[in-house]
Design a protein around this ligand. Sequence first.
Ligand code: ZN
Ligand code: ZN
Length: 605
Amino acid sequence: MFQSFDEIANPAAGTKHIALLRVELKQRKLKGFLVPRSDEHQSEYVPASAERLLWLTGFSGSAGLAIVLEAKAALFIDGRYTLQARDQVDTKTIEPLQTPETKPSGWLKKHVKKGDRIGYDPMLHTVDAIGRLEKALESKGASLVALETNPLDQVWKDQPDPPLAAVSPHSITFAGVPAARKIKALQKTLKDADCDAAILTLPESIAWMLNIRGHDVPHTPLPLSFAILTATGKPQLFIAPEKIGDNVRGVITEVAEIRAQSELKAALQALGKRKARVRIDPNSAARWFSDVLAEAGANIQSAADPCLLPKALKNKTEIAGARTAHARDGVAVCRFLAWLDEQAPSGKIDEIKAAQKLEALRAESGELKDLSFDTISGAGPNGAIVHYRVNRASNRKLKRGELYLVDSGAQYLDGTTDITRTLAIGKPTKEMKRHFTLVLKGHIAIATARFPKGTRGQDLDPLARAPLWQAGLDFDHGTGHGVGSYLSVHEGPQRISRLGGAELEPGMICSNEPGFYREGKYGIRIENLVLVTPAAKISGGERPMMGFETLTLAPIDRQLIEPELLSEAERAWLNAYHARVRAAIGPSLDEPEAAWLEAVTTELS
Ligand code: ZN
Ligand code: ZN
């Protein structure tokens, strides 16, 4: 199994660990210390060795920042994690505070005094994040201090060692474009911007550029590493030598130089010495990089990681791979839904059993490399918790008259998937059907959208919400995120959300996942992945328009649809989608499952 259902949180340990940290801070004459969730690479998934925030506070969410002062401590989380944080931390020792309503900078300003020194580990915070806090502290006459060694690591006695998983080549059969060609194109980008080198701190960028994958963190095939991409010559890859076996060394050295991580600082200083113009991404690079470069005399250019955009624009091979991966995944999901339909009304299925069954069915293909994230398996009120992670204590039975929400995904060599379905167990109420149908209308609006070149994700986001807005309803998450190719299930720069400022371009893969959540009762989300298609002529039109091809193939629960709330065009979309699912998936199912699929995809009239 790629997912554990153990309870990770341990509020009592948090209290003990904060006390230990405070003793260490006092010895170092520090009034406070910042502990982020992130590791050196700002990844969504971090290795056990970097789970500092979890160790310190008990909070297991994927984003957050703790600030520990002498007498006070706070945990800053966003709205997704408010409920979870209250459950997981000892609120007598550490106060959970929601961002952006309460900002860490404002809170610090209120609680520091003139002359106070607040420490941070410069490897764990981005240039941008530290910049904001520095300003706040300066205004109070206090200062932020970059520390050479992390005081938390000093007191975390059983901290695991950093992972050393073997790196593997990502075959050209799946990558589509050779690493040498990617590097050449990136170097042209740098030259065009009068830039001598770019520092790559995101392992997914490095994995994409060099056509390699790794296994250092759960759910994303990342080789934790850094790289320096120079405008000419071979890029340098900084990675623990233990990770590089004979099967991959030759593949890498053909296009890059392999260096130990211990050589990184000297390499940055060498860039500074020759007054190189060096690009770093202030949004993802650790502050340590800009400090080292600036001190050595480099000319720093703040700009996005040059791999982000080309990585998001999937090539022909990756697009074909995505379609194959989704067909394979669709078979597993359809078999799961058929099983659930038969078993759930008995009342014997619970959230964990359902998640286990789904993973087992995915594994039957023999191609499953990992889940792309921990399956969100939420029955009844648990479905309303957007980032719900089932554990043995929270595990709930699927009951008649309730909704069940399952959001899951798989990692295959040819693609990464992410799908949410909401199912009625037994007979749904009228209200459930109305809410579901409004969400479906938003989903269809995105699936069928046509838009001109230059359209940003934020321009499309309202389409997914309009039917809910009309009814005085909304949902508190983005409509869609970018998805990698056998890489991160969340990737930029594209996203369909209020914050989605990047233009959508052909070849990008995004999720289309509007939802609706009634706290304490149920959650609804309908999620398919979509591929941005090239601009094409519309008959009778003047300007070519881009659009989306839906990649995900699995039925949408017809029992939850109120047909009269759908327009004729919306019904036509649903019927055509279901016909596609039937044709693509049906032949791979056994007899009873195929009959089930036939029944649940019959036309809605
Ligand atoms: Zn999802
Ligand atoms: Zn998603």
